[in-house]
Design a protein around this ligand. Structure first.
Ligand SMILES: [Cu+2]
Length: 167
C-alpha cells in the first residue's frame, strides 16, 4: 500500500495527539488523583438525617485536625442549614482561619440547588439523592457570600449565607 507523504504526516500527527491526550488523562487520573468531586455517594433525600454528616447536631463547621475543617450543610427550599448555635439560633456565617483546608459536604432535601462561595473556587450543583463534596484551601481573607446558582423556586434569592475567612 502506498501512502502519500502528507497522509503519513497526518496519520502520525493524529496518532501522536491521541497518545498525548491519553497520557495527559492518565497522568491527571492516576498521578494527580483528579476525579469528580461530587455525586459519588447517594443518600435518601427524604431522610438526610440518617446520614451521620447531616444529623442536625453535625451541621455547620467542625475542626477535624489542625487546620482541617469539615462543613456539613443541608440545602432546602429556600435555605442553607448550617446548624444552630448554643442559643438555638440558625447559624448564617461559617468562620475559618486563613489557609485552612475545608471539606464542604452538602446535600438537598428537595430540588436541585447550587452552592457557590462567590469569589472562591467552591461551586457545586447539589442534587437530591446525592452528596456533593469539595475540598479546598481557603487562601484569601474576607467575607464570601454563599449563593444558590440553580434556580430552585420563588424564594431562590433568599438562599444565602456567608463564609468568613479571618487571619
Ligand atoms: Cu436553591
Amino acid at each position: 500500500m502506498h501512502l502519500h507523504k502528507y497522509e503519513k504526516i497526518w496519520l502520525i500527527f493524529g496518532m501522536a495527539s491521541l497518545v498525548l491526550f491519553l497520557l495527559i488523562i492518565g497522568f491527571a487520573a492516576f498521578w494527580k488523583g483528579t476525579h469528580p468531586q461530587s455525586h459519588i455517594e447517594t443518600i435518601d433525600p427524604q431522610n438526610v438525617e440518617a446520614h451521620d454528616a447531616f444529623k442536625p447536631e453535625n451541621l455547620g463547621i467542625r475542626e477535624v485536625a489542625d487546620g482541617k475543617y469539615i462543613v456539613n450543610i443541608v440545602a432546602s427550599a429556600f435555605n442553607y442549614d448550617f446548624g444552630k448555635d448554643k442559643e438555638g439560633n440558625a447559624i448564617k456565617t461559617i468562620r475559618v482561619p486563613k489557609g485552612s483546608t475545608v471539606l464542604y459536604q452538602i446535600t438537598t432535601k428537595d430540588v436541585v440547588h447550587g452552592f457557590q462561595v462567590a469569589g472562591t473556587n467552591v461551586n457545586m450543583m447539589v442534587e437530591p439523592g446525592h452528596i456533593s463534596r469539595y475540598e479546598t484551601v481557603m487562601k484569601n481573607t474576607g467575607e464570601f457570600t454563599v449563593v444558590c446558582n440553580e434556580y430552585c423556586g420563588i424564594g431562590h434569592h433568599q438562599m444565602f449565607g456567608t463564609v468568613e475567612v479571618y487571619e
